[in-house]
Design a protein around this ligand. Structure first.
Ligand SMILES: Nc1ncnc2c1ncn2[C@@H]1O[C@H](COP(=O)(O)OP(=O)(O)OP(=O)(O)O)[C@@H](O)[C@H]1O
Ligand code: SF4
Ligand SMILES: [Mg+2]
Length: 356
């Protein structure tokens, strides 16, 4: 496995505008035979201004991917292979301290429950001030009047009205949507070029969800940031994101332009996931179930992890015996990568045993 170093990324014109370059990333929990391989050999590049959606069933490794990048896997999880380059800095090549510093300033993270990001016994003013001190260059030296106006500007950027009142309040005095706006404000208190949002609106009502997505959309474009957006909601991905990665069993199984993947999924898993949705544009629908269970990520990977549930490859020798690679497939005239042995690459991504 070849690790891309900071120098290589900086010299490579293909990555000139890349904010995030993940190569062969593998994440495990636990050790030895029972170790869970939650993310396996994931490659992902997200450019400035790009909004990348990540979808997949529960347990497919989305959160593990999202947490590995800013170094938030906790005690039981660890990155066991690959590289993570953010804003041309190879985080795994740095010391732990230096890498934590880059992650703090260059990466913003928003999770589903804003209460995890907020301290119940401190005012919004005090918490946002701390985020500015921690994340913004020179933030530690801001005295009260300038700090107050910096907090006000940040809360206004997150479309919070009456910022003077909100600054004095405590988390329990705010609605769920307002708490998430404050949490987003704290996350973007610095000049982060990469924003990672893991199900940031799942717990909110439809109207608030839509408002916050619009706000996030504006923040990403105004800052020319890159967004990694994790969600179960395919309708949100199709409306909100530019590109999408479909994850299954810790691996990316399909990737491409959001519009195209949702309109014409190629991988059997994506087809199951998306094909069962009658009209994507028509409404908000969650990922639907596919018959069978997700794979155990502590089992040895002998072939395609989707084989036991695959309508096409179930019992097919190559699917049982070889792990398929993620290959480019010309489909619908746009760039598409698919991990499947039975894709007919000559006819633009059609599937069939004849292609095996
Ligand atoms: N702290 C942990 N300790 C042990 N195993 C973990 C831990 N966190 C996640 N896992 C395992 O890693 C795998 C991937 O989990 P992850 O949370 O990344 O999936 P996900 O796609 O985010 O799921 P969901 O949609 O439910 O949030 C699962 O098998 C899960 O059980
Ligand atoms: S490799 Fe085989 S089992 Fe896996 S998705 Fe493709 S057809 Fe199905
Ligand atoms: Mg998750």
């Amino acid at each position: 496995m070849r690790v891309v170093t900071t120098g290589e990324v900086a010299r490579d014109p293909a990555h000139a505008e890349a904010v995030l370059v993940v190569k062969e990333l593998t994440v495990e929990y636990g050790e030895g035979v029972g170790a869970v391989v939650a993310v396996k050999d994931v490659n992902m590049t997200i450019g400035r201004g790009e909004k990348r959606g990540v979808v997949g069933e529960s347990g497919s490794g989305k959160t593990s991917l999202a947490r590995a990048i800013p170094g938030l896997l906790g005690r039981s999880g660890r990155v066991v292979g690959g590289s993570i380059v953010v804003a041309s800095t190879d985080l795994r090549a740095l010391s732990e301290r230096a890498s934590a510093q880059v992650r703090r300033t260059a990466v913003s993270v928003v999770f589903q429950d804003p209460l995890n990001a907020l301290d119940p016994v401190r005012s919004i003013y005090s918490q946002v001030a701390e985020a500015i001190r921690l994340r913004r260059p020179g933030g530690r030296h801001l005295r009260r009047p300038r700090m107050r106006s910096a907090i006000g500007a940040l809360l206004e950027e997150c479309e919070i009205a009456d910022v003077a009142r909100v600054m004095k309040q405590y988390p329990h005095e705010l609605s769920g949507g307002m708490r998430q706006r404050v949490a987003i404000g704290m996350a973007i208190a610095g000049d982060a070029t990469l924003i990672i949002a893991d199900e940031p609106t799942t717990a909110l009502d439809v109207v608030t969800q839509s408002e916050i997505l619009h706000m996030l959309d504006r923040v990403v474009s105004q800052r020319s940031a890159a967004l990694l957006f994790i969600t179960h909601n395919l309708a949100v991905v199709s409306e909100f994101c530019d590109t999408v990665s479909v994850m299954y069993g810790g691996r990316i199984v399909e990737e491409g332009s959001c519009r195209d993947v949702v309109r014409q999924p190629v991988h059997p898993y994506s087809r199951g996931l998306i094909g069962a949705i009658p009209t994507i544009a028509g409404g908000r629908r969650e990922l639907v179930g596919i018959p069978g269970d997700p794979p155990s990520l502590s089992d040895l990977e002998r072939g395609c992890r989707f084989e036991p549930r695959c309508y096409l490859g179930h019992g097919v020798q190559v699917c049982c015996a070889q792990v398929p690679g993620l290959d480019d497939v010309p489909a619908m005239g746009s760039s598409r990568s698919v991990r499947c042995h039975l894709i007919d690459r000559s006819s633009g991504g059609g599937l069939g045993p004849a292609a095996a």
